[in-house]
Design a protein. Structure first.
Length: 83
């Protein structure tokens, strides 16, 4: 869990959404359908803001897909890398 100082730094950082359109590399936005830290609507907005990106929302998963749904995470990564 982040420390209070880390949380303060995260809350005060600049909003990077306006710069998403400048991303030119292949991008996968991976999230869980039950993520209560970054709502799915924000993940959709992020993916929509990055040209050519791919959005994967893993079912029955919260904010940490790697430990919560490792097989689904690997499947999403393998599929994205193969595309």
């Amino acid at each position: 869990m982040p420390s209070f100082g880390s949380q303060t730094a995260i809350m005060s950082r600049a909003d990077s959404r306006p710069t998403l359109a400048t991303i030119e590399c292949p991008t996968l936005v991976l999230t869980g359908d039950q993520d209560n830290t970054i709502p799915n609507a924000m993940s959709v907005e992020m993916a929509d803001g990055i040209s050519g990106s791919r959005l994967v929302i893993i079912p029955d998963c919260g904010h940490m897909p790697q430990p919560e749904q490792p097989q689904a995470t690997v499947a999403a990564l393998v599929e994205w890398l193969a595309a």
